[in-house]
Design a protein around this ligand. Structure first.
Ligand code: ATP
Ligand code: MG
Length: 579
C-alpha cells in the first residue's frame, strides 16, 4: 500500500506542488504537444499496462466484459479513423447521446485522438434539451443508439442543419437513410495512424452545466485539463494502478468524463462500468462482487442507499473497499456517519463544478474528515472567500477582491485562475464568462465559510441562501438537521417572502418508508429542528412531498420548489428529472 500523506505532508505539498509537476508526470505527444487520449490510453497501450484491464462492463445479468488498454487504444484509433474518413475536421464537435455502453468510450477517446471536440449529452434528455445543446454546440457528428435516434433525434433533425453524421452504435441491417452504422464503419476503417498534434490550449471537451440555477452553460475545456485529472485523481481519490475503481456518474455530466473516463485511465486503473440504472441491491452486489477499492458517487445515491436501510449491506463482503468519495451536492453529516456503519468507512465529500473541470476542494484520503465540510483546497488550488455587499455583489476595491478573513464568516467561494482544467469560456457566451471573474478571482456562485483549520463549509448557492430577520441562512444546514430526524429521508429548504422577517424558512420533506405524512409528524419535525437550530433558523413551515424536484444529475432544485410555492414561472426545466 502506498504511504498516505498526513496533514504536514499536505501543507508541504501545497507549498511545493505546482501544476507543472503534474504535467511532468504525463508523457506528452511524441512530436510535442498534449492530447488527453494519448495520456489516457495510447501511452499505456505502448507500455507495461497494454494487457491490463482498463474497463470492465457489467451487464444487466451481472456478467461482464473486459477491455484492455491496448484493445481500447485500437478502438479509439478506429473511431478516429471513421471521423477522418467522414471528413470531420479537427476542432469540430462530436456529441454523444448514450448510456454507459462500450462504444461511448471509443467515441470519447477517438474524438480526442482525432483532435475534434467531444460533448456528451445525458441520454434521458427529451428532444428539446437535446436540440438546444446540439444546436448551441454546432454539433457535426452525433453518436447514439437506434432507439434514442427514433425517439429524440428523428423529429428534430431538420432543425439541425450543421449535424452532418449520425452514427448508430446498434444499427440493425438497414439503418435509416439519415444515419450510419458505426459498427460497420469501425470494422472496415483503417485505424488512424497517429494522434492529432493538439496543444495544451486546444479545445478538447464541451460540457454543459446541470442547469440547477437556470439555462445550462456550455463550458469549454482544453487538453491541458488532463494534468488536473491526473493530479486530482491521486490527491483526492487516491487512485493507484491496482485499484478497481467505480465512478457512478452518468456519462452525460462532467464527472462522467473527468472521473468516469479520463482520471482512472490516466492512472492505469481498472474502471467498473455498470450499464444499468441505479438499484440498491445491485449496487451492493457490484461493490462486493467486483471487489471495488475506490468508489466515487453522489449524495443523491448515498441518500437512496441510506433510505433503504443498512439491511441491504449485510451479507455483502465490502472488505476490498478502502475509499469512498462523493460529489455534486453538499453531503449531509448524517450520510457520512451512516457510511461508516454501512461500509465501515466514512464518505469523503469533495467540491467542484463543471467550470472547474476537476476536483478543487476535498476531504483528502489521509486527513481527518469533518462531516459536513467539503474539505481543504487541493495542492495547486488557491481558494478564498470574497466578501459580498448588501446587494450580493462581490466587494472589489482598487481592482482587488476583498476577502473574508475571520473563521465562520460567509463569503463567495473564489478560486485563483490558472489551474489546468479551468474552463476557457462558455461557448458563444463571452459576456457570461467574463462576468465570472472579478478582482483577480474566478467567482463560483457558491457561498461558503471556513473554519480555523482552513476546512471549507458549504453554505448554499448564492441564489439559494435565505435572509431571515437579518440572518443569512444556508439551506444545507437546515436540510442536514432535518435529516437527523428518523422519519426524514431528504429535505429541500427555501426562503419564502414574509412581511416581518423578509424571508421565512420553508422546508419540503420526503419521508422514509413507514411514516405517515400527518400534522402530528409535521409538528414533531418542526419542533425537532427548532431544538437543534433555534427558532430563527428552523423552518416555520413544512410540507411533505413524495419526491423533491431534482436535476437529472440528482441535485435538489430549490429554485423550482420556490417557484412552485410562489406560483411563479418555473424557468428552464430542461434538466428536471421526470419532465
Ligand atoms: P448550473 O451551473 O447550470 O446552475 P450546476 O451548478 O448544478 O448547474 P454543476 O457544475 O454540475 O452544475 O454543479 C456544480 C455545483 O454543484 C457547485 O457549484 C455546487 O453548488 C454544487 N456542488 C458540487 N459539489 C458539491 C459539494 N461537495 N458540496 C456542496 N455543493 C456542491
Ligand atoms: Mg453552476
Amino acid at each position: 500500500m502506498p504511504v498516505r500523506p498526513n496533514l504536514l505532508d499536505y501543507r508541504k505539498a501545497c507549498v511545493e506542488f505546482t501544476w507543472d509537476d503534474a504535467r511532468a508526470a504525463l508523457s506528452g505527444l511524441p512530436g510535442g504537444g498534449l492530447n488527453i487520449a494519448h495520456e489516457a490510453v495510447d501511452r499505456h497501450a505502448a507500455g507495461p499496462l497494454a494487457g491490463h484491464e482498463a474497463l470492465r462492463f457489467i451487464r444487466a445479468d451481472g456478467s461482464s466484459t473486459s477491455v484492455t488498454f491496448s484493445a481500447l487504444a485500437l478502438e479509439a484509433a478506429r473511431f478516429a479513423g471513421v471521423l477522418e474518413e467522414l471528413g470531420v475536421r479537427p476542432g469540430e464537435r462530436v456529441f454523444s447521446l448514450l448510456g454507459r455502453v462500450p462504444p461511448l468510450y471509443s467515441a470519447v477517446l477517438g474524438t480526442l485522438k482525432h483532435g475534434s471536440v467531444f460533448c456528451p449529452l445525458f441520454s434521458a434528455f427529451g428532444p428539446e434539451p437535446v436540440r438546444q445543446r446540439l444546436s448551441l454546440g454546432g454539433a457535426r457528428v452525433l453518436v447514439t443508439t437506434a432507439s434514442l435516434y427514433r425517439r429524440k433525434i428523428a423529429g428534430i433533425r431538420t432543425a439541425l442543419p450543421e449535424l452532418r453524421h449520425v452514427l448508430l452504435v446498434d444499427a440493425d441491417e438497414a439503418p435509416g437513410p439519415d444515419t450510419l452504422d458505426l459498427g460497420a464503419l469501425m470494422r472496415e476503417v483503417t485505424p488512424a495512424a497517429g494522434t492529432a498534434l493538439t496543444g495544451p490550449e486546444d479545445m478538447a471537451l464541451l460540457h454543459f452545466t446541470s442547469g440547477t440555477t437556470g439555462t445550462p452553460k456550455g463550458a469549454i475545456h482544453v487538453h491541458d485539463a488532463v494534468a488536473a485529472h491526473y493530479a486530482t485523481g491521486r490527491f483526492a481519490l487516491d487512485l493507484h494502478p491496482q485499484d478497481i475503481y467505480w465512478c457512478t456518474a452518468d456519462p452525460g455530466w462532467v464527472t462522467g468524463t473527468s472521473y468516469g473516463i479520463v482520471a482512472p485511465l490516466v492512472h492505469g486503473v481498472t474502471s467498473i462500468v455498470d450499464e444499468e440504472e441505479m438499484d440498491v441491491d445491485r449496487w451492493y452486489g457490484i461493490l462486493a462482487g467486483q471487489r471495488v477499492t475506490v468508489w466515487y458517487t453522489a449524495p443523491t445515491a448515498l441518500r437512496l442507499l441510506m433510505k433503504a436501510g443498512t439491511g441491504h449491506a449485510e451479507g455483502h463482503d465490502l472488505s476490498a473497499l478502502r475509499f469512498v468519495a462523493s460529489v455534486g451536492e453538499p453531503l449531509n453529516p448524517e450520510v457520512v456517519v451512516w457510511g461508516q456503519e454501512a461500509f465501515g468507512l466514512p464518505v469523503h465529500d469533495n467540491w467542484w463544478q463543471t467550470e472547474t473541470g476537476g476536483i478543487m476542494i476535498a476531504n483528502f484520503p489521509a486527513l481527518p474528515i469533518r462531516p459536513g465540510s467539503m474539505g481543504l483546497p487541493l495542492p495547486g488550488v488557491e481558494a478564498a472567500l470574497v466578501k459580498r455587499d448588501a446587494a450580493d455583489r462581490p466587494v472589489i476595491e482598487d481592482g482587488e477582491a476583498v476577502l473574508v478573513s475571520s473563521p465562520g464568516e460567509v463569503g463567495e467561494l473564489a478560486l485563483r485562475p490558472g489551474w489546468p482544467s479551468m474552463f476557457r469560456g462558455y461557448l458563444h457566451e463571452d459576456e457570461r464568462y467574463r462576468r465570472c471573474f472579478a478582482g483577480g478571482w474566478y467567482l463560483t456562485g457558491d457561498l461558503a465559510k471556513r473554519d480555523p483549520d482552513g476546512y471549507y463549509w458549504f453554505v448554499g448557492r448564492g441564489d439559494d441562501v435565505i435572509k431571515s430577520s437579518g440572518h443569512l441562512i444556508g439551506p444545507f444546514e437546515v436540510e442536514s438537521s432535518l435529516m437527523e430526524h428518523p422519519a426524514v429521508a431528504q429535505a429541500g429548504v427555501v426562503g419564502v417572502p414574509d412581511p416581518v422577517a423578509g424571508e421565512m424558512v420553508k422546508a419540503f420533506v420526503e419521508l422514509r418508508p413507514g411514516h405517515e405524512p400527518d400534522d402530528a409528524l409535521r409538528l414533531e419535525i418542526i419542533g425537532f429542528a427548532r431544538k437543534r437550530l433555534g427558532p430563527a433558523v428552523a423552518p416555520r413551515q413544512l410540507d411533505f412531498t413524495p419526491a423533491l424536484p431534482r436535476t437529472r444529475s440528482g441535485k435538489i432544485l430549490r429554485r423550482l420548489l420556490k417557484a412552485r410555492e410562489l406560483g411563479l414561472p418555473e424557468g428552464d426545466t430542461s434538466t428536471v428529472e421526470g419532465q
